[in-house]
Design a protein. Structure first.
Length: 154
């Protein structure tokens, strides 16, 4: 029985560890979203885009709906009004009428930049390597302990 367990552990380790070593130290997709419990279900924050969605249970599975962003709505309204203002100024100039207010045009507000994902720094990579090293050493100790136990009982 113990030999079967030891064999299964050895086979699992030989398949898992080389695959894990080939994975790049980039941010996993599991870390992309952060969930917070609310009465209706969950709030989901996308760490890459900053979008927030409300995820609720439906009759069949779950559905997530984007939460309206007040800032985006305000910026869209500002852009709409600026476009309308520019069209009205063109219309006044086309009829040879003076422009009201200051003679120089108002500067336009640039659109906000989207957040960019950051690569981990060398310190974070070193920390991850240290953790993996510690896990590997614990696994090897476990295998040696199991092997000693098996040899004791045979």
């Amino acid at each position: 029985m113990l030999r079967t367990i030891f064999s299964a552990l050895a086979v699992a380790a030989s398949m898992i560890l080389p695959a894990a070593a080939q994975c790049p130290p980039a941010q996993a997709d599991d870390d992309r979203y952060t969930f917070s419990r609310i009465d209706e279900g969950y709030l989901r924050l996308d760490g890459r885009t900053g979008e927030v969605t409300i995820c609720t249970r439906k009759l069949v599975g779950w559905a997530c709906q984007l939460v309206p962003d007040e800032r985006a709505a305000l910026e869209a309204e500002i852009a709409r009004i600026q476009g309308e203002n520019a069209a009205l100024k063109k219309e006044l100039l086309a009829h040879n009428l003076p422009l009201p207010g200051p003679s120089s045009p108002q500067p336009t507000v640039p659109p906000p930049e989207k957040p960019h994902p950051q690569m981990p720094g060398q310190a974070e990579v070193n920390k991850l390597i240290a953790i993996m090293d510690q896990l590997w050493r614990r696994f090897v100790d476990l295998v040696w302990t199991l092997q000693r136990e098996i040899l004791k009982h045979t």
